[in-house]
Design a protein around this ligand. Structure first.
Ligand SMILES: Cc1ncc(C[n+]2csc(CCOP(=O)(O)OP(=O)(O)O)c2C)c(N)n1
Ligand code: SF4
Ligand SMILES: [Mg+2]
Length: 351
């Protein structure tokens, strides 16, 4: 059994969004992951975010690599475009798809093995090129699908289920995304849906490379004492920078918080990320301060979650390459081929 199809019928009174879809329309097949796997909670957050954003499912392209995490696009957005690539190669396939058709919304789903081990180079270049996408890593610190080997994000000193201690230094994908130029960088926890849904909404509507590292416990291989990616460990060591609300451009904007406690970040498409800062000195638009803040708290054994950095006016790879507004896959041969005379001129100029 590789999947179970969900029954199509649903209750006629289910609530619909502005484009006429119920939450069920954003679901996929029945998950075959272990009961309690954090990845299923992330799928639920993606379903909720897309329903609340009134996105038509056919406007989304979801791409992934290989792993339990990379299987999850089968469990949400069943009516969207999907591509399950080779292990670690999701970013380059997504980049190509995005260049061919800029009109879709791109969702890259990956794991810590998929993005921090075999796919680290791919991850890095997608971030630095500013490919417009919401890139979500479902981070459990292990290779879940291949039975729980340490991944590159496992913390030094953390223990495997059999008590083996990891001595390698961890790759911190959030720190890398910040350093490499991603323009929306966040960390979430699969067990905190209230925080995760607005983070996903902000990433989907962002105008450049958006990255979310979601700590997502693997209940089969990495949820024991000694693990730093277990439900108990994250709940005990979580340090949230802010509480985030997502306000679409169409909604009425109301401010109900005292001045100084709220930062409104208006994105290029008119949507607003309203951050209720828990620490008055935290500025989500300062990349270097975000890096320092994270490292300071990391040294104290804390896992910082929330929207860590955003450039609200971010642009993407299409702007950098000055591509045509019309998607490349919709251009005809007349536009794509300059013709023999133009080619002769180009060749002559190079002689
Ligand atoms: C080229 C290649 N190398 C190795 C594998 C074996 N493999 C499958 S999934 C996986 C790791 C998955 O880990 P992660 O991305 O963290 O996903 P998780 O299962 O933990 O969600 C590996 C090494 C593979 N499928 N292809
Ligand atoms: S092995 Fe781990 S990551 Fe894979 S489905 Fe089970 S709990 Fe989730
Ligand atoms: Mg993993």
């Amino acid at each position: 059994m590789t999947y179970i199809a969900k029954p199509r019928l649903h209750h006629p009174t289910l609530e619909t969004n502005k484009v006429g879809y119920t939450r069920r329309d954003y679901e996929g097949k029945v998950s075959t992951l272990c009961a309690g796997c954090g990845h299923d909670s992330i799928s639920a957050a993606i379903v909720q975010a897309c329903w609340e954003l009134d996105i038509e499912p056919h406007r989304v392209a979801k791409l992934s690599g290989i792993g339990c995490s990379s299987k999850t696009p089968d469990y949400f957005l069943g009516a969207s475009h999907g591509f399950n690539t080779v292990h670690g190669r999701m970013p380059s396939v997504l980049t190509g798809a995005n260049l061919a058709n800029r009109e879709l919304l791109y969702l890259g789903v990956s794991g810590d093995g998929d993005s921090a081990s075999i796919g680290l180079g791919q991850f890095a270049h997608a971030m630095r090129r500013g490919v417009r996408m919401a890139y979500i890593v479902e981070n459990n610190g292990v290779y879940g699908l291949t039975k729980g080997q340490f991944s590159a994000t496992a913390d030094s000193g953390s223990k495997s289920k059999k008590g083996v201690v990891n001595h390698d230094s961890p790759v911190d994908l959030v720190a890398m995304a910040l350093q490499l130029g991603a323009t929306y960088v966040a960390r979430g926890f699969s067990g905190n849906k209230d925080q995760l849904v607005p983070l996903v909404k902000g990433a989907i509507t962002h105008g450049g490379a958006a990255f979310i590292d979601v700590v997502s416990p693997c209940v089969a291989f990495n949820n024991h004492p000694g693990s730093t990616k277990s439900y108990d460990y994250i709940r005990e060591h979580n340090e949230a920078v802010s509480r985030i609300d997502f306000i679409s451009g169409r909604d009425e904007i109301t401010v109900a918080y005292a001045p100084g406690e709220v930062v409104d970040v208006r994105q290029h498409d008119g949507t607003i990320l309203r951050l209720r800062s828990l620490h008055s000195d935290y500025d989500p638009t300062d990349r270097y301060a975000a890096m320092a803040y994270m490292q300071h708290h990391q040294a104290r054994g804390e896992i910082v979650t929330g929207l860590l950095y955003v450039d609200p006016l971010a642009t993407d790879l299409h702007t950098a390459l000055n591509t045509s507004d019309k998607p490349l896959n919709a251009l005809g041969p007349d536009t794509l081929c300059p013709g023999a005379v133009a080619l002769s001129k180009i060749n002559a100029a190079l002689r």
